[in-house]
Design a protein around this ligand. Structure first.
Ligand SMILES: *[C@@H]1O[C@H](CO)[C@@H](O)[C@H](O)[C@H]1NC(C)=O
Ligand SMILES: *[C@@H]1O[C@H](CO)[C@@H](O)[C@H](O)[C@H]1NC(C)=O
Ligand SMILES: *[C@@H]1O[C@H](CO)[C@@H](O)[C@H](O)[C@H]1NC(C)=O
Length: 357
């Protein structure tokens, strides 16, 4: 059991790495959180149909109760307890709950199987309000109450994880759109009749001058490359500032978190996510700007030389993000591995650490 829970925690630590890959099914996340939290608060106890020949597969298939979706989907004590928990915690429309119920209530530890009864049917099975609160060593054989502490911690953990994920996906997308959007906008605005004269007036002051004396025409000493014009420097500054701001803002944490033991570990994980996401967002820009057949060359009036120059600077931001990502990942995994080993040695984690997936 101790080993199983250790494996589960390790699995949950690695889960965000797969979540990093952007949108797809992940963007749906754990919504509705009340239902997912109920499911997880009830999901690790044995059912009468547990161990019906099911051997847990890979990490994501781990299920501490070894109950298959088919087992869960036909097990009324599990479904009625789940339905009761949802009815006392959720305020969503019935349609949202039933959709989630049909798709997610039986878990993911094997081939997908929709439950035999709908949410409302399962709820009808509860004739008297349950009074027994499920504990870690109980077998789930009748309608029970979920542990409120477990529910709350599941809810807080999943909500924060999704919040952070949506946030950095949004910021990553903005980063990508701004990187490609600035040349497009700068070019197209120039074609507007009332903007054109203004740009012509400003060009000698903003766009053309070098940022460092006359170094635009000759390379900087010590392999510094070519100095940027003011226009190019503005682009680089915009990208750098945007990246720094998006790295710095809007962090929120939830403790006691079931994935990340301690606020500093949780924050570190979120920084790792963000650096990973932003570097992925900048990668297409790095490649596009360096390409000989850069589509932007057709769509904008910026020169190939400018794009090559900007390519180098965006690549520098990219590399910096990757380095922070790698170093922090290493620190993070060493730190959490040490914590996990220490706790395992001191008698494991207790039921709060057993996540069912
Ligand atoms: C609840 O479900 C069980 C198992 O299917 C069934 O035997 C029982 O009659 C149901 N009770 C009610 C009140 O529907
Ligand atoms: C729960 O079920 C398991 C597996 O069927 C069994 O070994 C165990 O003794 C049961 N525990 C309780 C408290 O009934
Ligand atoms: C619920 O779980 C928490 C944390 O695992 C535990 O401390 C508490 O005693 C449990 N409550 C009940 C009513 O079992």
């Amino acid at each position: 059991m101790k080993l199983a829970s250790t494996v589960l925690v390790v699995a949950s630590v690695f889960a965000p790495a797969t979540a990093l890959q952007g949108f797809g099914a992940q963007s749906i996340g754990y919504f509705p959180y009340c239902a997912t939290a109920c499911n997880r608060a009830l999901g690790s106890n044995f059912l009468s149909c547990s161990f019906d020949g099911y051997i847990p597969g890979g990490m994501m298939d781990s299920d501490s109760a070894s109950a298959t979706p088919a087992c869960r989907g036909s097990n009324m004590p599990f479904l009625s307890s789940l339905a009761y928990c949802i009815s006392t915690h959720c305020n969503h429309d019935m349609g949202i709950i039933e959709t989630w119920w049909a798709a997610k209530s039986t878990g993911s530890g094997g081939a997908f199987e929709p439950p035999k009864w709908s949410y409302q049917e399962a709820l009808m099975n509860v004739t008297a309000a349950p009074t027994h609160v499920l504990t870690a060593k109980d077998n789930l054989t009748s309608t029970v109450l979920s542990n409120e502490t477990s529910y709350r911690n599941q809810y807080g953990t999943l909500f924060m994880v999704d919040r952070e994920e949506f946030l950095h996906e949004k910021y990553g997308l903005v980063l990508l759109m701004v990187a490609v959007g600035i040349p497009l906008l700068a070019t197209w605005l120039g074609y507007l009749p009332f903007v054109n004269p203004l740009i012509h007036k400003l060009k000698p002051y903003i766009i053309w001058p070098s940022t460092i004396g006359s170094y635009q025409v000759r390379p900087l000493p010590y392999l510094g490359g070519t100095a940027l014009t003011r226009g190019q420097a503005l682009y680089v500054a915009a990208m750098a500032i945007l990246t720094v701001v998006f790295m710095a803002v809007h962090y929120e944490t939830y403790q006691p978190n079931l994935w990340y033991p301690g606020q500093s570990v949780e924050l570190m994980a979120y920084v790792v996510w963000r650096t990973g996401c932003y570097s992925l967002a900048l990668l297409p820009v790095v490649l596009l700007f360096a390409a000989r057949n850069n589509t932007l060359l057709w769509l904008t009036n910026w020169s190939h030389g400018t794009y090559i120059l900007l390519h180098r600077w965006v690549a520098r931001i990219f590399v910096l993000l990757v380095i922070i990502h790698s170093v922090l990942s290493l620190v993070y995994y060493v730190k959490t591995a040490t914590m996990i080993l220490a706790w395992a040695r001191h008698g494991g984690f207790g039921d709060a650490w057993e996540l069912s997936l």
